[in-house]
Design a binder for this molecule. Structure first.
Ligand SMILES: C[S@@+](CC[C@H](N)C(=O)[O-])C[C@H]1O[C@@H](n2cnc3c(N)ncnc32)[C@H](O)[C@@H]1O
Length: 273
């Protein structure tokens, strides 16, 4: 008698195929390391970059009262010194001919761009998310954030008529530094197809996940903060059953102010003099 042995290779992307989303609660780099190479179609992320901490230390945000509204109580900062290992993993998990979008401020852009290029990405340009109303700062109060547009290999945008400034009103009173899903929706429509896997290793409240599922993509997301993962899993539930980590906190916190919402002080026009 002869025995035929069939080896079934189950790729990670196939495992999630039946599920609209899968969430994790780990360090971003450690989590990305668990994903197979070339398993992601698009990565959009908004890390807790270091300059948020700096603003807190030297300027505006020192005036934030230490409350749950401060990101201090919510998330730890991801140091710029770790961008090298982060971008190496982002590059590895992305398929060939894909896009990577990184939300950050101007200061972080100058650090992140060369690190991402070292990892192998081509940098195209910063896109601008116009939040439509002013936020933090003492002079030229911040009204925009950058979205750095990177490419692995070559991938055409789906619509060449979309401008590089995206005017979408900011979210108030949500998770600290929560982004409106409509920003991610523009990027997802441009750089993926229905059924694709969209990834966010610093997902916070899961806005990229909401945008992905609204557009018929699958989503894999992660955050170090268990509370963030719980909020994200609650938001994504309306799109069906997904895989979420066990033991997430059950408490529903009261609505939080945005990280910078409490900066309603009169602008300081002395410019530090
Ligand atoms: C700016 S917030 C993301 C907000 C998100 N875009 C939203 O719309 O809610 C950054 C997130 O990074 C998370 N974070 C910080 N360090 C991390 C790390 N080492 N690994 C994974 N997540 C981390 C924080 O917990 C925080 O939720």
């Amino acid at each position: 008698m002869t025995w035929a042995v069939t080896i079934v290779v189950v790729e990670w992307a196939h495992v999630v195929a039946a599920l609209p989303y899968e969430l994790a609660n780990q360090d971003a780099v450690a989590w990305l390391q668990t994903l197979p190479a070339a398993s992601v179609d698009l990565l959009i992320t908004d890390p807790a970059y270091e300059s948020l901490e700096k603003h807190r230390a030297v300027g505006t945000t020192t005036r934030l009262k230490h409350s749950k509204a401060s990101s201090n109580d919510w998330f730890t900062i991801f140091p710029n010194a770790r961008f090298g290992e982060l971008f190496a993993e982002v590059y590895r998990v992305l398929k060939d001919d894909t896009h990577f979008y990184l939300l950050c401020d101007a200061e972080t852009m100058f650090v992140a761009k060369p690190e991402a290029e070292r990892a192998g990405f081509k940098f195209w340009k910063p896109l601008v998310w116009d939040k439509c109303t002013i936020g933090m700062g003492y002079h030229y109060r911040a009204r925009y954030e950058f979205v750095l547009f990177f490419e692995k290999g070559k991938r055409k945008l789906n619509d060449l008529g979309v401008p590089d400034v995206m005017a979408v009103p900011r979210i108030r009173g949500g998770y600290p530094a929560e982004k409106p899903p409509e920003v991610a929706e523009i990027l997802i429509k441009q750089s993926s197809e229905p059924g694709d896997v969209v990834c966010d290793p610093f997902m916070g409240s899961g806005s990229v996940g909401v945008a992905s599922l609204r557009l018929g993509r699958r989503f894999i997301g992660n955050d170090l903060n268990a509370e963030a993962v719980r909020i994200a899993s609650q938001r994504l539930r309306e799109f069906g059953e997904g895989r979420v980590p066990e033991g997430l906190p059950e408490e529903v916190p009261p609505p939080q102010a945005d990280l910078f919402d409490e900066v309603r002080l009169k602008p300081d026009t002395t410019y530090g003099r």
